[in-house]
Design a protein around this ligand. Structure first.
Ligand SMILES: Cc1cc2nc3c(=O)[nH]c(=O)nc-3n(C[C@H](O)[C@H](O)[C@H](O)COP(=O)(O)OP(=O)(O)OC[C@H]3O[C@@H](n4cnc5c(N)ncnc54)[C@H](O)[C@@H]3O)c2cc1C
Length: 436
């Protein structure tokens, strides 16, 4: 990987699929790019997904080649586990202050052999599997992580020294400190992606309180062959679920929780997961409770029809609440909209909340960019220049600009890269950088 310098043509914030695409497009055009990711690995949400709608391709199989390409590109410097603290305009470019968090090992000499992880006696819930699996206090973020370097979680480390003893390259460094670096860049692309609405915000659905009410990203991990269980089991007691309900718009199109907009992908990811469940569990019944099905993309309507044809039940109904019965089963109280609002109750083994998307990052105090009412970055020229933000030289791509699926995130990131390239050429930043 290229060395860290103090000047780049562009800085891309966020190493998800959109950020990687923007960095690669700029790198391919000859620009020097700094790709900053706050977690220990690039890949974003996509690397943790099971399969993608509507093609049902393996998500990590199409994401990891992009990750490897970004990491090995001669004009891209990856800076993982790094927070952007400040970005200020200077002339036509920007000065950024970054905080590189310590992994508590020498990144140059760590060979990702896993020995430290195997020796570590501490187990903690694994973030990558949404707490359903465990990791050690020193660990490689996940099997597809890039870079394949360990990271030590000091909050849980008991400093027993076992990792240090087995490390073949003696790279562990318990005394490491965060490092602040300053870098000058000619343009910035913000690709900071998404979070899902915290489950607790819809108190009546029991998310976060009832163990068999799941979030959809945890369901992606459970469905993945490299997930926490290796097959679909319900979290509370390891039982194979035979009846599963999806609650749509559980955190979208709902003014009461401050998310009035449609998150666009929830219908499709729920249909995808529901269809796959019918493939994975013999005789399972999967029901989707929805207000409207929004199958907006190429081939999506056909995918919806396929899911229904292959046994996914779709019911127009508003779920009022979820309560726990005996044996961790769940009771849904639902108003059936196609039956004149009749109220009914149904029992399920497992419930998945189709939670809406919210911004993955809030820029206050870091960069003086406006956000729209929905919290995503303001794009004042949405029709003709969709990646333009309220600051000249700063562009936005992917879900940072608003909820969208992977193909749209990639297209928008490409547009952001093109806009940044035009900006760099217009401001002659590149010429000055290369002459310096
Ligand atoms: C349950 C679920 C299933 C889905 N299934 C599909 C599907 O099958 N097909 C499909 O097309 N779409 C699907 N999607 C949508 C898809 O996940 C998104 O379109 C895609 O991940 C957007 O990519 P992104 O790069 O914009 O954002 P992200 O994937 O969120 O990446 C953003 C990156 O930026 C990093 N970051 C955030 N803030 C900072 C910061 N301040 N500094 C540095 N780094 C930062 C994050 O750590 C992350 O790595 C699904 C979404 C969900 C929730």
């Amino acid at each position: 990987m290229a060395e860290m310098r103090d000047r780049y043509d562009a800085m891309v914030i966020g190493g998800g699929i959109a950020g990687m695409q923007a960095a690669l497009d700029l790198g391919e055009q000859g620009f020097e790019v700094l790709l900053v990711e706050r977690t220990p690995s690039i890949g974003g949400v996509m690397v943790g997904l099971n399969k993608v709608f509507p093609t049902l391709d393996c998500s990590s199989c199409i994401c990891t080649p992009r990750m490897a390409e970004s990491a090995h590109h001669p004009r891209i410097r990856l800076q993982t586990y790094t927070e952007v603290r400040q970005v200020e305009p200077v002339g036509t470019g920007f000065r950024a202050e970054l905080e590189c968090k310590p992994r508590y090992l020498n990144e140059d000499t760590c060979i990702g052999c896993d020995e430290c992880e195997l020796a570590c006696p501490v187990e903690v819930p694994h973030e990558f599997d949404y707490g359903l699996g465990a990791r050690r206090a020193i660990y490689i973020p996940h099997g597809n992580a890039i870079p394949q370097k360990a990271v030590l979680d000091v909050e849980h480390c008991i400093f027993c020294g076992k990792c240090e003893k087995v490390c073949p390259t003696t790279c562990i460094d318990f005394a490491a400190e965060p490092r602040t670096v300053h870098v000058d860049v000619g343009a910035v692309i913000v690709a900071t992606g998404l979070d899902i609405l915290p489950m607790g915000r819809k108190v009546e659905y029991g998310g976060g309180r009832l163990p068999n009410v799941m979030n959809p990203l945890a369901m992606e991990r459970i469905q993945s062959s490299n997930g926490p269980y290796g097959r679909v089991l319900r979290p509370a007691d390891g039982k194979i679920p035979k009846s599963i309900a999806y609650i749509q718009c559980a955190g979208s199109r709902d003014r009461s929780i401050g998310v009035p907009y449609c998150s666009r992908v929830c219908c499709m990811y729920a249909l995808k997961q529901a269809l796959l469940l019918t493939h994975y569990i013999h005789g399972v019944e999967v029901t989707l409770y929805y207000m409207d099905i929004r199958a907006f993309g190429k081939g999506y309507e056909q995918f919806y029809r396929r899911a229904v044809r292959e046994g996914v039940r779709v019911v127009k109904g508003k779920v009022a609440r979820v309560t726990e019965a005996d044996n961790f089963d769940l009771i849904l109280r639902v108003e059936l909209l196609d039956e004149g609002g009749r109220v009914d109750e149904h029992r399920y083994d497992l419930v998945v909340l189709s939670q809406g998307l919210i911004p993955g990052w809030h820029p206050e105090g870091v960069i003086d960019l406006d956000v729209a009412d929905d919290g995503f970055f303001e794009t004042p020229e949405i029709k003709l220049n969709p990646s333009f933000t309220t600051m000249s030289g700063v562009f936005v791509g992917g879900v940072a600009a608003g909820p969208k699926d992977i193909p749209d995130a990639i297209v928008e990131a490409g547009e952001a890269a093109m806009a940044a390239a035009n900006y760099l050429t217009r401001t002659r930043w590149r010429t000055r950088t290369h002459a310096a």
